[in-house]
Design a protein around this ligand. Structure first.
Ligand code: ZN
Length: 271
């Protein structure tokens, strides 16, 4: 599943190809994504793309008349390709640019979304209740501690709550808690401010490293046969239950939390 770093790399990858360019055609091959693709996005023909932003895992393509929102769901990928590139299975949506290039969305599982908002998208519906961006100054020392006060929810569940902070998906929650030495089952409200501040720094560095690593695969966005990488991370715990801890060689253990896998080292991580 594309996580925040993959979506950010996608934003960086497509931006130079589409900003200041004019939409010359909109093609909806299959509107049945998570929500139906609205027909009124065909009005984008002739409009100029002013910018591409990201909020959480939503890509926001800005126009004078509003914002096109794209979410990659479980399996979505976006490529920038030549306009005459043959259509492949699961290519549901095209935004043709200057009659030359095409921004093409492929999404086999169709949990993604393409939606149109003609005003104030940042304060409404999908986006209004989101917590701060983890790489911004709004995610600062003291924030998690104050947000967690007396909360009896496990720290991993707390971190993965989009209303607390966005973009800390399962992989990054597992890895950050390992690096911070905190058990995923520890109660959020029982963790000290010092440990929370260290965890904040680690979340920022884990996500930044993933974005940096993904930046090296940017060329993939313009290859017709290339899949923008859900990059191979260097992972300490995620997906490694039953194997040896890379730090202390203790066997890593696994618990299920909110139906997601949490892998931890019983020696390196504590309450
Ligand atoms: Zn260990």
């Amino acid at each position: 599943m594309p996580e925040l770093p993959e979506v950010e790399v996608c934003r960086q990858g497509i931006s130079p190809h589409i900003i200041d360019q004019t939409v010359s055609k909109v093609v909806i091959r299959n509107s049945k994504l998570r929500w139906p693709i609205p027909d009124d996005i065909k009005q984008l023909v002739g409009q100029v793309i002013l910018g591409v932003d990201r909020r959480s895992k939503y890509l926001l393509i800005r126009f004078n008349s509003g914002t096109l929102l794209i979410h990659l769901g479980m399996s979505g990928t976006i490529r920038i390709i030549e306009h005459d590139t043959p259509v492949a299975k699961h290519d549901h949506f095209d935004l043709e640019i200057n009659q030359q290039k095409v921004l093409r969305l492929n999404d086999p599982r169709r949990f993604g979304a393409v939606l149109w908002f003609d005003q104030h998208i940042d304060q409404q519906g999908l986006l209004e209740k989101l917590g701060p961006e983890p790489l911004s100054d709004d995610f600062y020392h003291g924030y998690l501690f104050s947000k967690a006060k007396s909360r009896k929810v496990p720290i991993k569940t707390f971190l993965m709550n989009n209303q607390v902070v966005v973009g800390v998906g399962n992989i990054y929650a597992n890895e950050a808690l390992f690096k911070a030495g905190i058990l995923p089952t520890s109660l959020a409200g029982s963790i000290s401010e010092i440990r929370f501040n260290r965890l904040t720094d680690i979340i920022k560095s884990v996500l930044s490293a993933a974005i940096e690593q993904g930046g090296t695969t940017l060329k993939d966005f313009t290859q017709a046969d290339g899949r923008p990488g859900y990059f191979a991370q260097s992972l300490f715990v995620y997906g490694r239950a039953g194997q040896k801890c890379l730090t202390c060689e203790t066997i890593l253990e696994e618990v299920r939390q909110s139906n997601r896998s949490s892998v931890f080292c019983p020696n390196c991580q504590s309450e």
